[in-house]
Design a protein around this ligand. Structure first.
Ligand code: C2E
Ligand code: MG
Ligand code: MG
Ligand code: MG
Length: 291
Protein backbone atom coordinates (compact mmCIF):
# COMPACT_ATOMS: atom_id res chain seq x y z
CA UNK A 1 0.00 0.00 0.00
CA UNK A 2 2.89 2.30 0.87
CA UNK A 3 4.47 1.66 -2.48
CA UNK A 4 1.16 2.35 -4.14
CA UNK A 5 0.78 5.60 -2.25
CA UNK A 6 4.16 6.76 -3.35
CA UNK A 7 3.33 6.00 -6.95
CA UNK A 8 0.07 7.86 -6.64
CA UNK A 9 1.95 10.79 -5.20
CA UNK A 10 4.28 10.83 -8.18
CA UNK A 11 1.35 10.43 -10.51
CA UNK A 12 -0.34 13.49 -9.10
CA UNK A 13 2.89 15.50 -9.18
CA UNK A 14 3.29 15.14 -12.92
CA UNK A 15 0.25 17.14 -14.10
CA UNK A 16 1.36 20.08 -11.98
CA UNK A 17 4.62 20.25 -13.80
CA UNK A 18 2.77 20.13 -17.08
CA UNK A 19 0.54 22.95 -15.94
CA UNK A 20 3.55 25.10 -15.20
CA UNK A 21 4.92 24.23 -18.61
CA UNK A 22 1.65 25.19 -20.27
CA UNK A 23 1.67 28.48 -18.42
CA UNK A 24 5.22 29.05 -19.54
CA UNK A 25 4.32 28.32 -23.15
CA UNK A 26 1.35 30.67 -22.90
CA UNK A 27 3.56 33.39 -21.46
CA UNK A 28 6.12 32.84 -24.17
CA UNK A 29 3.44 33.12 -26.84
CA UNK A 30 2.11 36.29 -25.22
CA UNK A 31 5.59 37.78 -25.08
CA UNK A 32 6.21 36.89 -28.73
CA UNK A 33 2.94 38.65 -29.63
CA UNK A 34 3.90 41.63 -27.49
CA UNK A 35 7.05 42.02 -29.55
CA UNK A 36 5.08 41.80 -32.80
CA UNK A 37 2.37 44.17 -31.59
CA UNK A 38 4.84 46.64 -30.22
CA UNK A 39 3.51 46.47 -26.66
CA UNK A 40 6.82 47.29 -25.04
CA UNK A 41 7.26 50.68 -23.47
CA UNK A 42 10.47 52.29 -22.39
CA UNK A 43 10.47 54.31 -19.18
CA UNK A 44 13.23 56.73 -18.28
CA UNK A 45 14.81 57.36 -14.90
CA UNK A 46 17.01 60.44 -14.41
CA UNK A 47 20.66 60.19 -13.37
CA UNK A 48 21.89 63.28 -11.58
CA UNK A 49 25.42 64.67 -11.70
CA UNK A 50 26.08 65.25 -7.99
CA UNK A 51 28.33 68.31 -8.49
CA UNK A 52 26.15 70.31 -10.88
CA UNK A 53 22.88 68.64 -9.83
CA UNK A 54 21.92 68.43 -13.50
CA UNK A 55 20.36 65.48 -15.28
CA UNK A 56 23.15 64.08 -17.41
CA UNK A 57 21.71 60.74 -18.36
CA UNK A 58 18.54 58.70 -18.20
CA UNK A 59 18.38 54.95 -17.79
CA UNK A 60 16.00 53.20 -20.19
CA UNK A 61 13.90 50.60 -18.37
CA UNK A 62 11.49 48.35 -20.22
CA UNK A 63 7.81 47.85 -19.32
CA UNK A 64 5.25 45.65 -20.99
CA UNK A 65 1.95 47.35 -21.66
CA UNK A 66 -0.29 44.29 -21.65
CA UNK A 67 -3.83 44.82 -23.07
CA UNK A 68 -5.52 43.35 -19.97
CA UNK A 69 -2.81 42.97 -17.32
CA UNK A 70 -1.71 46.59 -17.52
CA UNK A 71 1.90 47.65 -17.10
CA UNK A 72 4.02 44.57 -16.33
CA UNK A 73 7.41 45.14 -14.62
CA UNK A 74 10.61 43.64 -16.07
CA UNK A 75 11.04 41.10 -13.26
CA UNK A 76 7.89 39.37 -14.52
CA UNK A 77 9.08 38.82 -18.08
CA UNK A 78 12.83 39.44 -18.45
CA UNK A 79 13.76 36.01 -16.99
CA UNK A 80 11.44 34.23 -19.45
CA UNK A 81 12.71 36.41 -22.30
CA UNK A 82 16.23 35.35 -21.31
CA UNK A 83 15.37 31.64 -21.22
CA UNK A 84 13.59 31.67 -24.56
CA UNK A 85 16.07 33.89 -26.36
CA UNK A 86 13.35 36.50 -27.01
CA UNK A 87 15.51 38.92 -25.02
CA UNK A 88 17.65 39.52 -28.11
CA UNK A 89 14.71 40.90 -30.09
CA UNK A 90 13.30 42.63 -26.99
CA UNK A 91 16.64 44.25 -26.26
CA UNK A 92 16.95 45.54 -29.81
CA UNK A 93 13.50 47.12 -29.58
CA UNK A 94 14.47 48.85 -26.34
CA UNK A 95 17.72 50.09 -27.87
CA UNK A 96 15.90 51.38 -30.93
CA UNK A 97 13.24 53.20 -28.91
CA UNK A 98 15.70 54.64 -26.40
CA UNK A 99 18.09 55.96 -29.07
CA UNK A 100 15.23 57.55 -31.03
CA UNK A 101 13.81 59.17 -27.86
CA UNK A 102 17.13 60.65 -26.79
CA UNK A 103 17.79 61.98 -30.26
CA UNK A 104 14.34 63.59 -30.16
CA UNK A 105 15.00 65.17 -26.76
CA UNK A 106 18.34 66.47 -28.02
CA UNK A 107 16.69 67.97 -31.12
CA UNK A 108 13.72 69.42 -29.22
CA UNK A 109 16.15 71.17 -26.93
CA UNK A 110 14.37 70.28 -23.70
CA UNK A 111 16.98 72.13 -21.69
CA UNK A 112 19.62 69.44 -21.33
CA UNK A 113 22.68 69.96 -23.50
CA UNK A 114 24.46 66.69 -23.12
CA UNK A 115 21.76 64.16 -22.40
CA UNK A 116 22.84 60.52 -22.66
CA UNK A 117 20.90 57.31 -22.30
CA UNK A 118 21.95 54.08 -20.66
CA UNK A 119 20.44 50.80 -21.81
CA UNK A 120 20.64 47.44 -20.03
CA UNK A 121 22.14 44.62 -22.05
CA UNK A 122 21.20 41.06 -21.21
CA UNK A 123 24.00 38.49 -20.96
CA UNK A 124 22.59 36.75 -24.03
CA UNK A 125 22.69 39.95 -26.10
CA UNK A 126 26.22 40.52 -24.94
CA UNK A 127 27.18 37.08 -26.21
CA UNK A 128 25.94 37.86 -29.75
CA UNK A 129 28.99 38.09 -31.95
CA UNK A 130 27.38 40.70 -34.19
CA UNK A 131 26.26 42.97 -31.33
CA UNK A 132 28.55 45.86 -32.38
CA UNK A 133 27.08 45.78 -35.90
CA UNK A 134 23.53 45.77 -34.50
CA UNK A 135 24.28 48.73 -32.27
CA UNK A 136 26.03 50.64 -35.04
CA UNK A 137 22.97 50.18 -37.25
CA UNK A 138 20.54 51.28 -34.52
CA UNK A 139 22.62 54.40 -33.80
CA UNK A 140 22.82 55.25 -37.49
CA UNK A 141 19.07 54.82 -37.98
CA UNK A 142 18.32 56.98 -34.93
CA UNK A 143 20.88 59.57 -35.96
CA UNK A 144 22.36 59.45 -32.45
CA UNK A 145 26.05 59.96 -31.87
CA UNK A 146 27.60 56.91 -30.15
CA UNK A 147 28.97 58.91 -27.22
CA UNK A 148 25.40 59.45 -26.01
CA UNK A 149 24.75 55.75 -25.58
CA UNK A 150 25.92 53.84 -22.53
CA UNK A 151 25.49 50.09 -22.32
CA UNK A 152 24.99 48.54 -18.89
CA UNK A 153 26.24 45.00 -18.48
CA UNK A 154 26.06 43.04 -15.28
CA UNK A 155 29.12 42.03 -13.36
CA UNK A 156 28.41 38.32 -13.83
CA UNK A 157 28.00 38.65 -17.61
CA UNK A 158 31.25 40.60 -17.78
CA UNK A 159 33.18 38.06 -15.73
CA UNK A 160 32.17 35.08 -17.87
CA UNK A 161 34.49 34.33 -20.75
CA UNK A 162 36.69 37.29 -19.92
CA UNK A 163 39.09 37.17 -22.84
CA UNK A 164 36.29 37.19 -25.35
CA UNK A 165 34.53 39.97 -23.46
CA UNK A 166 37.59 42.17 -23.55
CA UNK A 167 37.57 41.92 -27.36
CA UNK A 168 33.84 42.65 -27.50
CA UNK A 169 34.13 45.62 -25.14
CA UNK A 170 37.07 46.96 -27.12
CA UNK A 171 35.05 46.76 -30.31
CA UNK A 172 32.12 48.61 -28.73
CA UNK A 173 34.44 51.16 -27.22
CA UNK A 174 36.10 51.83 -30.58
CA UNK A 175 32.65 52.67 -31.93
CA UNK A 176 32.45 55.38 -29.29
CA UNK A 177 29.72 53.98 -27.03
CA UNK A 178 30.19 53.98 -23.25
CA UNK A 179 30.10 50.89 -21.07
CA UNK A 180 29.22 50.50 -17.42
CA UNK A 181 29.07 47.60 -15.02
CA UNK A 182 25.61 47.40 -13.44
CA UNK A 183 24.74 46.20 -9.91
CA UNK A 184 28.41 46.42 -9.01
CA UNK A 185 29.35 44.67 -5.78
CA UNK A 186 26.79 41.88 -6.01
CA UNK A 187 28.69 39.61 -8.41
CA UNK A 188 32.18 38.25 -8.28
CA UNK A 189 34.46 40.74 -9.92
CA UNK A 190 38.06 39.91 -10.28
CA UNK A 191 39.88 43.18 -9.79
CA UNK A 192 42.64 42.18 -12.17
CA UNK A 193 40.06 41.69 -14.92
CA UNK A 194 38.28 44.88 -14.02
CA UNK A 195 41.54 46.68 -14.64
CA UNK A 196 41.81 45.12 -18.10
CA UNK A 197 38.24 45.88 -19.15
CA UNK A 198 37.86 48.89 -21.41
CA UNK A 199 34.87 50.23 -19.45
CA UNK A 200 33.80 53.71 -18.42
CA UNK A 201 31.76 53.42 -15.25
CA UNK A 202 30.60 51.39 -12.27
CA UNK A 203 27.07 51.47 -10.90
CA UNK A 204 27.02 50.71 -7.19
CA UNK A 205 24.19 48.31 -6.42
CA UNK A 206 21.16 49.64 -4.62
CA UNK A 207 21.53 47.15 -1.75
CA UNK A 208 24.65 48.98 -0.48
CA UNK A 209 23.13 52.45 -0.84
CA UNK A 210 20.09 51.56 1.25
CA UNK A 211 22.31 50.63 4.17
CA UNK A 212 24.59 53.69 4.15
CA UNK A 213 23.08 55.09 7.33
CA UNK A 214 22.08 51.85 9.02
CA UNK A 215 25.05 49.59 8.44
CA UNK A 216 28.60 50.92 8.74
CA UNK A 217 29.76 48.02 6.56
CA UNK A 218 27.57 49.23 3.72
CA UNK A 219 28.93 52.75 4.02
CA UNK A 220 32.45 51.32 3.99
CA UNK A 221 31.69 49.27 0.88
CA UNK A 222 30.16 52.22 -0.97
CA UNK A 223 33.16 54.33 -0.11
CA UNK A 224 35.58 51.59 -1.17
CA UNK A 225 33.82 51.24 -4.54
CA UNK A 226 33.97 55.01 -5.10
CA UNK A 227 37.69 55.03 -4.32
CA UNK A 228 38.25 51.96 -6.51
CA UNK A 229 36.42 53.64 -9.39
CA UNK A 230 38.49 56.82 -9.02
CA UNK A 231 41.70 54.80 -8.92
CA UNK A 232 40.75 52.98 -12.12
CA UNK A 233 39.63 56.32 -13.65
CA UNK A 234 36.05 55.17 -13.93
CA UNK A 235 32.93 57.18 -13.38
CA UNK A 236 30.79 55.97 -10.49
CA UNK A 237 27.00 56.09 -10.19
CA UNK A 238 24.94 55.18 -7.13
CA UNK A 239 21.69 53.29 -7.76
CA UNK A 240 18.60 53.38 -5.57
CA UNK A 241 19.14 56.69 -3.79
CA UNK A 242 15.99 57.22 -1.76
CA UNK A 243 16.85 59.67 0.99
CA UNK A 244 18.40 63.10 1.30
CA UNK A 245 21.00 61.70 3.75
CA UNK A 246 22.12 59.07 1.28
CA UNK A 247 22.48 61.71 -1.41
CA UNK A 248 24.49 63.99 0.90
CA UNK A 249 26.79 61.14 1.81
CA UNK A 250 27.37 60.39 -1.86
CA UNK A 251 28.02 64.04 -2.69
CA UNK A 252 30.47 64.33 0.18
CA UNK A 253 32.28 61.18 -0.91
CA UNK A 254 32.52 62.38 -4.50
CA UNK A 255 30.27 59.84 -6.12
CA UNK A 256 29.85 61.26 -9.65
CA UNK A 257 26.20 60.47 -10.27
CA UNK A 258 23.12 59.43 -8.33
CA UNK A 259 19.93 57.74 -9.45
CA UNK A 260 16.91 56.80 -7.40
CA UNK A 261 13.39 57.51 -6.21
CA UNK A 262 14.62 60.61 -4.35
CA UNK A 263 14.91 62.33 -7.73
CA UNK A 264 12.39 60.41 -9.79
CA UNK A 265 11.06 56.96 -10.56
CA UNK A 266 11.28 55.54 -14.08
CA UNK A 267 8.73 57.53 -16.12
CA UNK A 268 7.15 57.37 -19.55
CA UNK A 269 8.61 60.01 -21.92
CA UNK A 270 5.78 62.56 -21.46
CA UNK A 271 5.98 62.32 -17.67
CA UNK A 272 9.75 62.75 -17.80
CA UNK A 273 9.28 65.93 -19.84
CA UNK A 274 6.88 67.28 -17.20
CA UNK A 275 9.20 66.23 -14.40
CA UNK A 276 12.06 68.05 -16.11
CA UNK A 277 10.05 71.27 -16.49
CA UNK A 278 9.12 71.17 -12.81
CA UNK A 279 12.66 70.53 -11.70
CA UNK A 280 14.20 73.19 -13.87
CA UNK A 281 12.01 75.88 -12.34
CA UNK A 282 12.06 74.48 -8.80
CA UNK A 283 15.57 74.36 -7.36
CA UNK A 284 14.90 71.31 -5.20
CA UNK A 285 14.74 67.93 -6.82
CA UNK A 286 11.45 66.29 -6.02
CA UNK A 287 9.87 62.91 -5.84
CA UNK A 288 7.56 61.90 -8.65
CA UNK A 289 5.02 59.10 -8.91
CA UNK A 290 5.56 56.21 -11.28
CA UNK A 291 2.73 55.80 -13.75
P1 C2E B 1 18.66 47.73 -13.06
O1 C2E B 1 19.26 47.88 -14.41
O2 C2E B 1 19.59 47.62 -11.92
O3 C2E B 1 17.69 48.97 -12.91
C1 C2E B 1 17.43 49.64 -11.73
C2 C2E B 1 16.15 49.15 -11.08
O4 C2E B 1 16.04 49.73 -9.79
C3 C2E B 1 14.88 49.58 -11.84
O5 C2E B 1 13.89 48.58 -11.65
C4 C2E B 1 14.49 50.84 -11.10
O6 C2E B 1 13.12 51.13 -11.19
C5 C2E B 1 14.84 50.45 -9.68
N1 C2E B 1 15.10 51.63 -8.86
C6 C2E B 1 15.66 52.79 -9.23
N2 C2E B 1 15.76 53.64 -8.20
C7 C2E B 1 15.25 53.00 -7.13
C8 C2E B 1 15.06 53.36 -5.75
O7 C2E B 1 15.40 54.45 -5.31
N3 C2E B 1 14.51 52.42 -4.94
C9 C2E B 1 14.12 51.20 -5.40
N4 C2E B 1 13.57 50.36 -4.53
N5 C2E B 1 14.28 50.83 -6.69
C10 C2E B 1 14.84 51.71 -7.54
P2 C2E B 1 13.06 48.00 -12.86
O8 C2E B 1 12.74 49.08 -13.84
O9 C2E B 1 11.94 47.20 -12.28
O10 C2E B 1 14.08 47.02 -13.56
C11 C2E B 1 14.59 45.91 -12.90
C12 C2E B 1 15.71 45.25 -13.66
O11 C2E B 1 15.20 44.70 -14.88
C13 C2E B 1 16.80 46.19 -14.09
O12 C2E B 1 17.67 46.45 -13.01
C14 C2E B 1 17.44 45.41 -15.21
O13 C2E B 1 18.30 44.44 -14.69
C15 C2E B 1 16.23 44.72 -15.82
N6 C2E B 1 15.82 45.48 -17.01
C16 C2E B 1 15.00 46.55 -17.12
N7 C2E B 1 14.88 46.96 -18.39
C17 C2E B 1 15.65 46.12 -19.13
C18 C2E B 1 15.95 46.01 -20.54
O14 C2E B 1 15.53 46.81 -21.38
N8 C2E B 1 16.80 44.99 -20.91
C19 C2E B 1 17.31 44.11 -20.00
N9 C2E B 1 18.13 43.14 -20.46
N10 C2E B 1 17.06 44.20 -18.68
C20 C2E B 1 16.24 45.18 -18.26
MG1 MG C 1 20.67 49.06 -15.13
MG1 MG D 1 21.39 48.19 -11.56
MG1 MG E 1 19.84 46.64 -9.63
Amino acid sequence: AKQQGRNNFQYYMAPEKTEAQIERFAMEAMLRKALERDELLVYYQPRIHTKSEKVVCVEALVRWQHPTLGVVPPKDFIPLAEETGLIVQLGEQVLRKACAQIKKWQDDDIGLDELSVSVNLSPLQFRQQHLPAVIARILRQAGLKPQYLELEITESAAMQNVNRNILMLRELKEMGVKISIDDFGTGYSSLSYLKKFPIDALKVDRSFISGIHEDPDDAAIVNAIIVLAKTLKLKVTAEGVETEEQYLYLQQHHCDEAQGYLFGKPMPPETFEEWLKLNMTEPDLILSPEN
